[in-house]
Design a binder for this molecule. Sequence first.
Ligand SMILES: Nc1nc2c(c(=O)[nH]1)N[C@H]1C(S)=C(S)[C@@H](COP(=O)(O)OP(=O)(O)OC[C@H]3O[C@@H](n4cnc5c(N)ncnc54)[C@H](O)[C@@H]3O)O[C@H]1N2
Ligand code: MOO
Length: 344
Amino acid sequence: MKLIRTEDAVGQVLCHDITQIIKGEKKGPVFKKGHIIQEEDIPVLLSVGKDNIYIWEKEEGILHENEAAEILCKMCISDHMTRSGVSEGKIEIRADCDGLLKINRAALKVVNGFGQMMIATVHGDFPVQKGDKLAGTRIIPLVIEEEKMRQVEKLIGEKPILQLKPFPGKKAGVVTTGNEVFYGRIEDTFTPVIEEKLKEYGGEVCAHDVLNDDHTKITESILKMIDDGADMVLCTGGMSVDPDDKTPLAIKNTGARIVSYGAPVLPGAMFLLAYYEKDGRKVPIMGLPGCVMYSKRTIFDLILPRAMADDEVTADELASLGEGGLCLSCMVCTFPNCGFGKGV
Ligand SMILES: Nc1nc2c(c(=O)[nH]1)N[C@H]1C(S)=C(S)[C@@H](COP(=O)(O)OP(=O)(O)OC[C@H]3O[C@@H](n4cnc5c(N)ncnc54)[C@H](O)[C@@H]3O)O[C@H]1N2
Ligand code: MOO
């Protein structure tokens, strides 16, 4: 790469895109990398403020920003994703299908902490839709030593920074508890909410029991649904502190491993997550507090997409939800494009 006066540049090869911004009209490359500069280009280049210009001189061991962007893109991309072409040293990656986005956060931090290069992504552990933008990547200087890129590649290892887990269409058993529903004193308005939320991720209800506050029956019902092939079991009612609230006990008595009863999320404090493990299956069982029926977005909206993509949730991850765990109940809900559930 060599710096020369623009007026002397006719016949030379541009080594990067030249961006033109005209307020309210356009922003984009007026000349592309690799363009051979013509006589008539000179006034245009001067009009975008380029009195001097870099022209391309390939040097051994030095990568142009476009070549370095290719390496960064390769570190990120995996199945079910499409990349853009490289423009002004940047490559964007989009989702090819609906799914749960996972981010290899340690690797992402290594790249971004290395210096002279960057990868920005949307938030991991959230659902994305086909066509959504997932990440953008570029180096900061115009050229970089190839050795640096290889060093970073080595540091992060083989696992790609982005992973998209498609939603295979799970079947959920629903156990509705509470004497008021069982004896027909009130209509069950909780199950339709669950059905709607499952549909967001291609899932459906495969079994539904309505039971009174008898914990042994609740335990039996959960176990039968799992035996019959439910991919997860969702229990409602009886999740808090009343004497008739037996659902946490009933879930515990299935023998499932309780990840947590309680979550640092509002709405959703009384949430319970457990995994029933048998014959190589790991079936999530959730106790959903009343707020899931009432509030637009709750802990359930943070955990359900993960269960729908077979992505196990740990106690540590639940405990980390506190920062960002407070839903502000905005007049116009923009979830997931807000701070709710973005704890780290
Ligand atoms: N003293 C305290 N009270 C409450 C606490 C607490 O910590 N201390 N926690 C509150 C929070 S947070 C929530 S959330 C709710 C949790 O309630 P539950 O999940 O135990 O729900 P229930 O008590 O069984 O019912 C609450 C409410 O919802 C109606 N309900 C329940 N299921 C259905 C259904 N399938 N269809 C229609 N309506 C349903 C039920 O009739 C009650 O009105 O507890 C707070 N209280
Ligand atoms: O568990 Mo309540 O779930 O916070 O509204």
